[in-house]
Write a protein that binds this ligand. Structure first.
Ligand code: GLU
Length: 318
């Protein structure tokens, strides 16, 4: 028998929830519910200073207002908690130690400026490839550098293609050595990196299906590599289109007109869900609809191949 589908929504509560987050929450919820799956809510507040608890509380209130419920997680708790990354450091520590014991982690002393310096290899999409500079430091060099700076932890990557089939984007492959280089799993201030935390959490929380924005598509090969190293079964991944403003720019978290505080004053949940379902190709018209009514309409094939422009009416006071 197939495993039960366990989907999740993993927002970073660093501000009021935003229309782009709602689109992601809606599609993650629909993808799970349309297969009778469970939904987990995990607050990705790895950096607790940027994520005061009141944003997580508001986020839960916004999700419930929209009719997007969850079976475990958040303040509701559950058997695989805690569901706040700021409280899960011991799990990340354990995984990090296992990687270190495999000899795959080395200290990196490069500053941000050095990493982005003009001579660092830049790829055509603007990504900066890590040069591997700190991989080959001698023990003496490491000792001398650690007197001046606290190192970050970097994971060595293989010169090998990592391929997977995305539920929305189809076949995707990346050679980590060529496209990314050794990547950070722990920052120099000791905070574990998103890539490590997300893998550990999704694995330990029994997540079988990860639905998130296409801006994270190129993180997935790194995460698949971590799944392999840590001996976890990877979930299925579906990377959904991003929402754009009428001029074609990505929605910005700073656009206060699109935060749920403002949107809740102007729209009913059904109106907002109708707009998003239309943007996602699930409705022919942006007509009011409940989350439950959308469950039978969800299908991966309906999602647009390209990012989606929202109409100006979402910004205009009606
Ligand atoms: N916490 C991330 C964000 O809000 C999402 C991570 C994920 O879905 O893997 O952008």
């Amino acid at each position: 028998m197939d495993r039960q589908v366990v989907g999740r929504f993993a927002p970073s509560p660093s501000g009021r929830m935003h229309l782009g987050n709602v689109f992601c929450a809606l599609l993650a919820w629909l993808a799970a519910r349309s297969e009778n799956g469970a939904v987990v809510l995990r607050h990705e507040d790895l950096d607790p200073e940027r994520c005061p608890r009141r944003y997580a509380e508001l986020l839960e209130d916004d999700l419930l207002w929209l009719g997007l419920d969850w079976d475990e997680g958040g303040s509701r708790g559950g058997p695989r908690g805690p569901y706040y990354q700021s409280e899960r450091t011991a799990f990340y520590e354990e995984a990090y130690e296992r990687l270190r014991a495999m000899g795959l982690i080395y200290p990196c002393f490069c500053s941000r400026a050095e990493l982005h310096a003009a001579e660092a290899p830049h790829l055509s999409d603007g990504r900066v490839l890590y040069s591997g500079r700190c991989r080959s430091l001698t023990p003496e060099e490491r000792r001398a550098l650690s007197e001046r700076r606290r190192p970050a932890g970097r994971l060595m990557v293989p010169d090998e293609e990592i391929a997977f089939t995305d539920l929305s984007c189809g076949a995707y492959r990346e050679n980590l050595a060529a496209m990314c280089g050794d990547f950070l799993v722990r920052r120099s201030d000791g905070v574990f990196a998103y890539q490590l935390a997300v893998v550990v959490d999704d694995a330990l929380m029994g997540v079988t299906q990860v639905v998130r924005g296409r801006d994270l598509l190129d993180s997935t090969p790194r995460q698949l590599y971590l799944y392999r190293l840590l001996g976890y079964t990877p979930p299925a991944f579906g990377h959904i289109p991003l929402l754009l403003d009428p001029a074609g720019a990505r929605l910005s978290k700073r656009d206060a007109a699109l935060d749920l505080g403002r949107l809740r004053a102007r729209f009913t949940p059904e109106q907002l869900l109708g707009q998003l379902a239309f943007a996602g190709g699930l409705l022919e018209q942006p007509e009011p609809v409940t989350a439950r009514e959308l469950v039978p309409l969800f299908a991966w094939e309906k999602l647009p191949a390209a990012d989606v422009r929202l109409p100006a009416s979402i910004w205009e006071e009606g």
